[in-house]
Design a protein around this ligand. Structure first.
Ligand code: 5RP
Length: 219
């Protein structure tokens, strides 16, 4: 089974968590795109729907969904999104697609966060995947210097502007031994909008697509 098929199987398993009357948050990325394709089959269970990016909003609208804002819905029942890495405590690196800030807002507003990944994303220690940070353009140099001091190798994502008008710094070679601590330290740098470490608000349930089926991990 290739990675796409594993992603698709994890997305399909997530449909089970959508109960009648759900206010649903939808993330961003290729795994979530499989979910969006399948959502029409359980449309009657969805009370309202919110999205973490312009890209997902467009795909949802193409499927005939009327996408609400988080300010309209208030807290959501369920958030489903992918990740770039997860450890066994379901702390995540996210932001490969650059939607990390809105994703963290939705995850924080959700009563339950179900994360869908293929089995290559499950790691012992976070940090092999470069850590994305959304940064105000005028703070680029400051944040780069601070990340060098933290022994990371910061690389600006070229020709990329987030849905919020900011830039993304991808930080390579970080040893993320204490994710909660690193999330707080990076978020405290002025000019950082959000770091793509989801340690304080990690997933509640991780659905891992693999050759042998979909494994469910819980915190
Ligand atoms: C987007 C994300 C995605 O969830 C993450 O990059 C995983 O993407 P994919 O499902 O395409 O592997 O955080 O900002």
């Amino acid at each position: 089974m290739d990675a796409s098929e594993k992603k698709r199987s994890a997305a399909k398993a997530a449909l089970e968590f959508i109960e009648p009357g759900t206010v649903l948050g939808v993330g961003t990325g290729s795994t979530v795109n499989f979910l969006i394709e399948m959502l029409p089959s359980i449309r009657d269970r969805i009370e309202r729907i919110v999205s973490s990016s312009r890209a997902s909003t467009k795909l949802l609208q193409e499927q005939g969904f009327d996408v609400a804002t988080l300010n309209e819905t208030g807290d959501i029942d369920l958030y489903i999104d992918g990740a770039d890495e997860s450890n066994k405590r379901l702390q995540l690196i996210k932001g490969g697609g650059g939607a990390l800030t809105r994703e963290k807002v939705l995850a924080t507003s959700a009563r339950r966060f179900v994360c869908i990944v293929d089995d290559t994303k499950l790691v012992g220690m976070l940090g092999s995947f470069p850590l994305p940070i959304e940064v105000l353009p005028m703070a680029q140099e400051l944040v780069s210097r601070r990340m060098l001091k933290m022994r990371g190798q910061p690389i600006w994502r070229e020709d990329f502007v987030t849905d919020n008008g900011n830039h993304i710094l991808d930080v390579h070679n970080l040893q993320i031994t204490i994710p909660l601590d690193m999330e707080a330290r990076i978020n405290a740098i002025p000019g950082v909008v959000t770091v793509g470490l989801f340690a304080d608000r990690g997933a509640d349930i991780l659905l891992v697509g693999s050759d042998s089926g979909v494994r469910e991990l819980r915190t």
